[in-house]
Design a protein around this ligand. Structure first.
Ligand code: NDP
Length: 488
């Protein structure tokens, strides 16, 4: 099966057992291009209960041989898959872009590269994720093995359709699990297009499968009695539903990567230009549709006015690069769809209605598509909706502060805990504040970034468990203790 997908030849069927098959479900997904609202497809398969069962059957059948495959063979398959993703990255990026709107010049094309890198990184772990052994001085040799869980599933959102998928698939496959991917109903095409690459790389049937669908498909996966783990990235309410379904079914393992309302704190002694660059980028990258975007910016009084001026200027410059995501000069694309556009616009309108002072932005760009200006509110009260809720668009709140103690208390006064940033030239303060932040990730003189080899995830309601690094391997394995009696 040769890879020949493009925007004029979209993949629309489920990928089960190394074959494209039509869903048994008559319901279909309907997708639109966010740059102009035009219909992209209204006949994309939506996996129902029978389809989910078929994928689980195939995965269960594939699991015994896949887990026993020598590590070197598994690594070769994963590396080949990474090369194939890279080879077809332009087409895969286009298949995401057509319904996501991420510009070709920014995250739009980098995403497949992140995905390929995930496979390379985790392929390299295969022969290094050793277990443990304990000495036999008490007469028993103890060996602790890392065992794969079996059939596992990933349910992902729309904002990073390739990178998020591969952050889950790669460690799951590296540790010998069989993986079922459920992409977002808003961005299914890049995931569905992986079929020929899965086959060409050499994954046996049933090892990697893709089920397009909506929330109902995700619910079927999270409640399934024969799926042993679900790794979810998405909103807090859905994450809670998934954990509940996991508990009510077979107590499957759950990893949750959820939302954020990440703070960035800029002290008087910070390098102003650097702080503005990072905080502005956090807002414009993927049009603010990034879980760890720094959307609460706190600036110390002495530098506040200068920061306001520079931050506004940077965002006004960014606004000039809003446009067609298929054009190389565009740095900011549209929001993903009408629903997200209306949601973000709603926050902005309510924000204008007394929650703070509009510093910049606040309006739609153009009359078609879902484009919105980067928007900043200042002087926002600690209880305002725009300060407390995740907006998931290019909107931030900017407030001043006096003391370190005061700002730490404000930063941590939230149910989120994904990312935080501190900007200062004082290393002692940087480390002190970094330890005080109640969040899974902290940037010092940077913010809203992550690395493949370090844990990614949040505290409080921002999540449960970690992805990336060795933490991801633990998330797809259970430890088995083997005790060998040497005394008889
Ligand atoms: P949703 O929670 O709406 O959806 C995420 C995924 O869950 C989608 O595939 C969705 O399906 C599926 N789903 C919906 N309902 C259910 C259900 N009852 N059971 C199982 N699965 C279900 O999030 P969004 O897609 O809107 O993504 C935005 C959110 O994701 C933001 O809150 C953002 O912060 C968070 N996020 C977190 C990241 C992190 O790593 N911490 C990274 C990126 C985003 P479908 O869409 O097809 O209906």
């Amino acid at each position: 099966m040769a890879f020949n997908f493009s925007k004029s030849n979209l993949p629309k069927q489920l990928f089960i057992n190394n074959e494209y098959i039509a869903s048994k479900n008559s319901k279909k997904l309907e997708l639109f291009n966010p740059k102009d609202g035009s219909l992209v497809a209204n006949d994309v398969d939506l996996a129902g209960a029978e389809d989910v069962d078929a994928a689980v059957d195939a995965a269960e059948k594939a699991f015994p041989a896949w887990r026993k495959l020598p590590g070197q063979a598994r690594r070769e398959i994963m590396l080949k898959f990474a090369d194939l993703i890279q080879k077809h990255s332009v087409a895969l990026a286009e298949l995401s872009r057509i319904t996501l709107g991420a510009p070709i010049a920014t995250i739009g094309t980098r995403e497949p590269a992140f995905a390929a890198e995930a496979f390379r990184y985790f392929a390299g772990w295969i022969d290094k994720f050793a277990g443990e052994s304990f000495p036999q001085d008490d007469g028993f040799l103890k060996i602790v093995r890392n065992e794969p869980l079996g059939v596992v599933a990933g349910v992902i959102p729309w904002n990073g359709p390739m990178a998020t998928a591969c952050s889950k698939m790669a460690p799951a496959l590296a540790t010998g699990n069989c993986f079922i991917l459920k992409p977002s109903e808003k961005t299914p095409f890049a995931a569905l297009a992986l079929g020929p690459l899965i086959i060409e790389a050499g994954f046996p049937p049933g090892v990697v499968q893709v089920l397009s669908g909506d929330g109902s498909t995700g619910a079927l996966l999270s409640a399934h009695m024969r799926i042993r783990k679900i790794s979810f990235t998405g909103s807090i309410p859905t994450g809670k539903r998934i954990q509940e379904a996991a508990a009510k079914s077979n107590l499957k393992r759950v990893t949750l990567e959820l939302g954020g309302k990440s703070p960035a704190v800029v002290f008087d002694d910070a390098n102003l230009e650097n702080a503005i660059t990072w905080t502005a980028r956090a807002l414009t990258m993927n049009t603010g549709q990034i879980c760890f975007a720094a959307t609460r910016v706190y600036v110390q009084e002495g530098i506040y006015d200068k920061f306001v001026e520079g931050y506004k200027k940077a965002l006004l410059e960014a606004a000039k690069t809003i446009g067609d995501p298929d054009t190389q000069s565009t740095m900011m694309g549209p929001l993903v769809d009408k629903a997200q556009f209306e949601r973000v616009s709603g926050f902005i309108e309510r924000g204008k209605d007394g929650q703070g002072t509009l510093l910049t932005g606040g309006s739609r760009v153009g009359s078609e598509g879902y484009f919105i200006q980067p928007t900043v509110f200042t002087n926002v009260s600690d209880t305002a909706e725009i300060l407390r809720q995740e907006i998931f668009g290019p909107v931030s709140v900017l407030n001043s502060f006096k003391t370190e103690e005061e700002v730490i208390a404000k930063c941590n006064d939230t149910n989120f805990g994904l990312m935080a940033g501190v900007f200062t030239q004082d290393v002692n303060r940087a480390l002190r504040v970094a330890s005080e932040f109640d969040s899974g990730m902290v940037g010092v003189n940077c913010v809203s970034l992550s690395f493949r080899h370090t844990p990614f995830g949040g505290t409080k309601e921002s999540g449960l468990g970690r992805e990336n690094g060795s933490a991801a391997l633990r998330a797809y394995t259970d430890q088995k203790t083997v005790m060998i009696n040497l005394t008889y």
